[in-house]
Design a binder for this molecule. Structure first.
Ligand SMILES: *[C@@H]1O[C@H](CO)[C@@H](O)[C@H](O)[C@H]1NC(C)=O
Ligand SMILES: *[C@@H]1O[C@H](CO)[C@@H](O)[C@H](O)[C@H]1NC(C)=O
Ligand SMILES: *[C@@H]1O[C@H](CO)[C@@H](O)[C@H](O)[C@H]1NC(C)=O
Ligand SMILES: *[C@@H]1O[C@H](CO)[C@@H](O)[C@H](O)[C@H]1NC(C)=O
Ligand SMILES: *[C@@H]1O[C@H](CO)[C@@H](O)[C@H](O)[C@H]1NC(C)=O
Ligand SMILES: *[C@@H]1O[C@H](CO)[C@@H](O)[C@H](O)[C@H]1NC(C)=O
Ligand SMILES: *[C@@H]1O[C@H](CO)[C@@H](O)[C@H](O)[C@H]1NC(C)=O
Ligand SMILES: *[C@@H]1O[C@H](CO)[C@@H](O)[C@H](O)[C@H]1NC(C)=O
Ligand SMILES: *[C@@H]1O[C@H](CO)[C@@H](O)[C@H](O)[C@H]1NC(C)=O
Ligand SMILES: *[C@@H]1O[C@H](CO)[C@@H](O)[C@H](O)[C@H]1NC(C)=O
Length: 827
């Protein structure tokens, strides 16, 4: 097999190459072909992505603490250029954008940092992180050998490096950052850019090197990364990956623990067993650095979601959920894996490697040093469990799993055997107020409906050009004079709009004639509303709405957005079709919405003052309407969500803070969910094990605790598509049900994460069947009252632990079958 052959050559060469970087009074970060070395010591490093703008500074310490408890050595983040430089040389490093504070929080926790500057980041982030003003610079071509772009990229990258250096945050200065990244997944698209792409990536490498950060640079998904850049792997599995240079260690920058979600998409789920399997396979095949993408996904607040059509939630099915809760079993199952891997650090980074092939995709890999050896037993067969005799001992390795034997004798861990609890989260309605009282006002669109604007052109513009990303909203307006003897006139006319959406609201002479959007906001969409023109002057007003700008693909930055045209009048008269192209008419443009400009959502805006709002005749299903209510801050410290069921598309603000795009009425696709329990075996893709078919893509929206204040709080909704706010309410997210599952000779631990266990609903020692929430007795079990034993040990306690053995639970009728204890409890 080519992969393992080359892998061995890497192992042989490991000690021949060693790279030194300037080290100040800090630690020295170097590497050889085996591993990253910190002060000369080769390391097994486990890292996890937490993107600072997807949570709040108030959440960071707790998220990083939970990451450390989960066994991480490092926190990785991108740097988000368009968040920091919204217009040229105007910078924002406040609040959620406080990069330096985030890095200092990592430092205080004692973890390392990995800084992926990009500054193109993809990341399901608006426009991949590149400011739209860069796109609008004369002569620019993005992500290629273009002077205008390279100047801007260098200017921003240098700014970030200088800020980080000034605070002494690179490891070479005594700070936490051990690795830096330039560009991002450029190898995925480089072939589309020809020689200019090659020249650009070489320039990126030289530019990065010239910044003298004192720690190694990485380039992910960059198969021809110029030295000394280390190319690294991104994907669901990276066991087959090999870096392009014998001096580069095998590193995995993005282990996708799940997937993101689009409006209309289902909830992704990747099992803990499969993530652990992918990690174990990576280390078995010579990997030494691995980063979870994401460890905490978080929330796309404001207008930061990429696209088109990325949801506000960026949960990613990560070990910490969107709100920062520990997601079990994923968090705990991986934590146990990390402990075992760390115990093998010396052999994994220095040991000689050999392999035994048992056939049927069963393998043993042995890492041996003079003093000790560590082994992996892998079964990559998707269906058949392996019964192996290895060095005189028998092992059962379930299909699609890896066993870790740190001493080559005892199985300390198997990726398919989950010994930690499963927590099912529940939403708990807050007490106050029982029903929210709403006031409302209209978005004033009179000017747009009359075609009034001082900005015009005799052509249709891409939305990025005219709106410059200052708003999702851009009005395209034109006036046409028709007479009944005009050849195009008929009773039966259509307006044919070639758009690259993502959403269009069409008005004719002040009347709404329809709204339109394409599934997932695909490009080159066509919208053809019927219209009835009157004699004389007619005003066509089209409100084009973007739902996150494209963030990925070759030349993604040039993908159209808005009404790119042609826009035509089409008239059918008998057999004859007459088309009148309006594209080079005089078009008037207006960016944004009045209510947004006047900050109806803000407490401070005098336009938002109470007397301008109406409390009577609360409208429902009325588009372009603003709603406002006040409420008390939910008690306690549990994470809070607002349930926006009943609302259509729009935006929501709490105390003036934009919590993101809302679209609760957009249902996920009907097809693709299964009633069968999710099978961890076999290669994961984002269509596997999905849930939430046919239900609202996103009904709940995270409101960080720090957005609340004492006394009256405000919630403002922009109902672009209408809706009915009467069902809107606030909820906390708490652990509802916990299930424990532990094999014989292990310990079962249950915890309600701060609450007490109120009841035990199920307990069986034997071979219980089913999944958390739907357990059943199996074919064999203990003859004792297992339920009472567990109730006595757990009810009333915040956490309990039980030794799983026949000593505790008595003999079973299971014979040689592996026995386990399964418990379901209520918090
Ligand atoms: C970035 O550009 C500005 C001018 O727009 C210049 O003043 C500044 O020095 C540049 N920064 C770097 C690091 O080149
Ligand atoms: C998996 O195991 C089965 C049964 O032992 C065997 O027939 C099959 O070839 C194996 N598959 C692979 C990919 O090794
Ligand atoms: C590792 O391999 C080298 C080269 O083949 C050999 O000299 C050395 O003895 C081996 N060490 C161990 C512990 O097997
Ligand atoms: C292993 O032992 C051999 C012979 O004693 C020695 O040359 C070699 O340096 C040792 N290797 C390690 C990694 O300790
Ligand atoms: C391993 O399994 C084989 C076949 O099932 C059996 O003959 C043998 O005794 C077992 N060895 C040990 C050490 O249990
Ligand atoms: C749910 O909220 C109610 C009050 O509305 C409270 O009494 C109860 O303790 C909460 N339950 C949990 C699990 O937080
Ligand atoms: C158009 O009007 C707005 C507000 O009335 C004003 O701020 C802007 O400068 C005007 N633009 C032009 C090109 O006259
Ligand atoms: C309008 O035109 C369409 C074809 O575009 C045709 O199907 C329809 O019957 C026409 N309606 C009238 C009222 O003429
Ligand atoms: C719509 O516009 C796109 C982008 O400009 C173009 O590729 C496509 O051919 C147009 N479609 C029609 C029907 O003109
Ligand atoms: C499982 O078996 C126990 C003991 O026989 C019995 O009390 C319990 O009701 C059974 N549970 C289910 C869910 O069938």
């Amino acid at each position: 097999m080519a992969v393992s052959k080359n892998f061995f050559s890497v192992a042989v060469f490991f000690c021949l190459f060693s790279f030194s970087f300037i080290a100040g009074n800090g630690v020295e970060v170097t590497h050889d072909g085996r591993a990253i070395k910190i002060d000369g010591k080769s390391r097994v490093l486990i890292s996890g992505s937490i993107h600072y703008p997807r949570s709040t500074p108030e959440m960071w310490p707790e998220l990083i603490k939970k990451a450390k408890e989960g066994g991480l050595d490092a926190i990785e983040t991108y740097v988000f250029w368009n968040a920091h430089e919204p217009s040229p040389r105007v910078y924002d490093f406040a609040g959620n954008n406080n990069l330096i504070k985030f890095l200092k929080t990592i430092k205080e926790s004692g973890l390392y940092g990995v800084l992926r500057i990009g500054p193109y980041v993809c990341a399901e982030w608006n426009y991949g992180g590149i400011p739209v003003w860069v796109h609008n610079l004369p002569g620019v071509e993005i992500r290629t050998a273009n002077r205008v772009f390279m100047n801007e990229m260098q200017n921003f990258t240098t700014l970030i490096v200088d800020m980080v250096k000034k605070e002494k945050l690179f490891a070479s200065q005594g700070g936490p950052i051990i690795l830096t990244q330039i560009e991002n997944e450029y190898g995925n698209v480089i072939s589309h850019y020809g020689d200019a792409g090659k020249a650009y990536i070489n320039w990126c490498a030289n530019m990065a090197e010239s910044l003298k950060v004192g720690v190694p640079w990485i380039m992910c998904q960059e198969a021809d990364a110029p030295q000394p850049m280390i190319n690294t792997c991104n994907g669901w599995y990276c066991d087959n990956f090999e870096p392009n240079n014998p001096n580069s260690p095998k590193m995995w920058t993005e282990n996708w623990v799940g997937w993101f979600k689009n409006w209309g998409g289902k909830d992704p789920h990747r099992t803990a067993e499969d993530v652990a399997y992918a990690v174990a396979r990576f280390f078995q095949t010579g990997g030494t650095f691995q980063n979870y993408y994401m460890y905490h996904g978080g929330t796309n607040f404001g207008r930061t979601a990429g696209g088109p059509y990325i949801t506000t939630t960026y949960d990613y099915d990560a070990p910490l959920d969107e709100y920062g809760n520990i997601a079990q079993p994923k968090w705990g199952h991986l934590k146990e894996l990390h402990t075992v891997l760390k115990s093998m650090e010396e052999t994994l980074t220095n040991g000689n490697v050999s392999e035994t092939d048992f056939g049927n995709s069963f393998k043993a890999t042995i890492y041996a040093t003079n003093g000790s050896s560590s082994c992996f037993l892998s079964n990559t067969n998707t269906t058949t469990d392996a019964f192996l005799t290895f060095r005189g001992r028998n092992y059962t390795v379930p299909a699609w799993s890896v066993s870790l034997l740190p001493d080559c004798q005892h199985e300390e861990y198997n990726t398919a055997k989950v010994n930690v609890q499963t927590s099912l989260m529940a939403k708990n309605k807050t007490e106050e107020p029982i029903a929210l009282k709403w006031i409302w006002r209209s978005e004033n669109i009179d000017d747009a409906l009359h075609g009034k604007s001082n900005v015009s052109a005799n052509r249709l513009f891409d939305q990025k050009h005219k709106a410059n990303d200052a708003s999702d909203y851009l009005w395209y307006m034109t006036k046409i004079h028709v007479k009944h003897d005009d050849p195009v006139w008929s009773e039966n006319m259509t307006l044919r709009i070639n758009a690259s959406g993502h959403v269009i609201h069409a008005f004719l002479n002040g009347e709404h004639i329809g709204s339109h959007w394409a599934t997932y906001g695909i490009k080159n969409d066509k919208y053809e509303p019927k219209i009835k023109l009157k004699q004389g002057k007619n005003v066509i007003s089209l409100l084009s709405v973007t739902v996150g700008l494209q963030n990925y693909g070759p030349y993604y930055d040039t993908w159209d957005s808005g009404l790119v045209g042609p826009v035509e009048l089409v008239s059918v008269k008998g057999d004859e079709t007459i088309v009148k192209d309006l594209s080079s008419h005089k078009w008037l443009y207006k960016v944004g919405l009045h209510g947004w400009d006047q900050e109806f959502f803000s407490e401070d805006s005098h336009y938002a003052s109470h007397d301008k709002w109406e409390s009577e005749r609360l409208p429902t299903n009325r588009m372009l309407t603003w709603y406002k209510t006040t409420f008390n801050s939910p008690r306690g410290t549990d994470p809070v969500v607002v349930d926006l069921q009943g609302m259509g598309k729009g935006y929501a603000w709490v105390n003036g803070q934009n919590i993101g795009r809302i679209w609760p009425s957009y249902n996920a696709e009907e097809d693709g969910c299964s009633d069968e329990p999710c099978d961890y075996r076999g290669k994961y893709t984002n269509s596997k094990c999905v849930t939430n078919c046919g239900k609202p893509t996103q009904r709940w929206y995270h409101v960080p605790r720090s957005y609340f204040k004492e006394g009256a709080n405000s919630l403002v909704l922009l109902a672009e598509l209408g809706g009915n706010p009467s069902l809107v309410n606030f909820q906390t997210v708490v652990v509802g049900t916990v299930c424990g599952n532990a094999y014989e000779d292990k310990t079962l631990e249950l915890s309600c994460q701060g609450r007490s266990i109120s009841a035990v609903k199920f307990a069986s020692f034997g071979d219980p069947k089913g999944v958390c929430g739907a357990f059943n007795n199996g074919s064999c079990q203990s003859n004792k009252d297992v339920l009472s034993i567990v109730q006595n040990a757990c009810v009333g306690k915040e956490a309990c632990s039980i030794d799983v053995s026949e000593k505790t639970f008595g003999p079973t009728t299971c014979g040689n079958l592996p026995k386990r204890l399964a418990v379901e409890a209520v918090c």
